[in-house]
Ligand binder design. Structure first.
Ligand code: ZN
Length: 99
């Protein structure tokens, strides 16, 4: 399974098939009060200063609770989990000290 560090509002493109090399599973808050586990496209390193991090564990902090409750000014769907640890799987050419 691959994962990433993204917690943006863009949860990625949905996949019909189960988890593949190009897809990963993500817990997505579809709308306040509704969380779904979806297959989404695995992000790729596209810029020299980017890294792809395979998350090993993630917490949900108070911000995630507010997002779940609809006490958030951003847009949905939203992928929570910005507090995590992981392993760098890929790095852009400008990221020489992280891998
Ligand atoms: Zn937080």
């Amino acid at each position: 399974m691959r994962n990433n560090c993204s917690s943006s509002t863009d949860a990625g493109k949905d996949h019909d098939e189960a988890e593949t090399e190009d897809a990963m599973r993500a817990a997505i808050i579809q709308e306040p009060g509704i969380i779904r586990i979806r297959a989404v496209e695995t992000p790729r390193v596209t810029m020299p200063d980017e890294v792809l991090v395979k998350s090993m564990a993630s917490g949900i902090c108070g911000a995630g609770v507010h997002i779940y409750r609809g006490e958030y000014l951003g847009s949905y769907p939203m992928t929570p989990g910005h507090e995590f640890y992981g392993v760098v799987e890929a790095a852009g050419p400008g990221m020489r000290r992280v891998k």
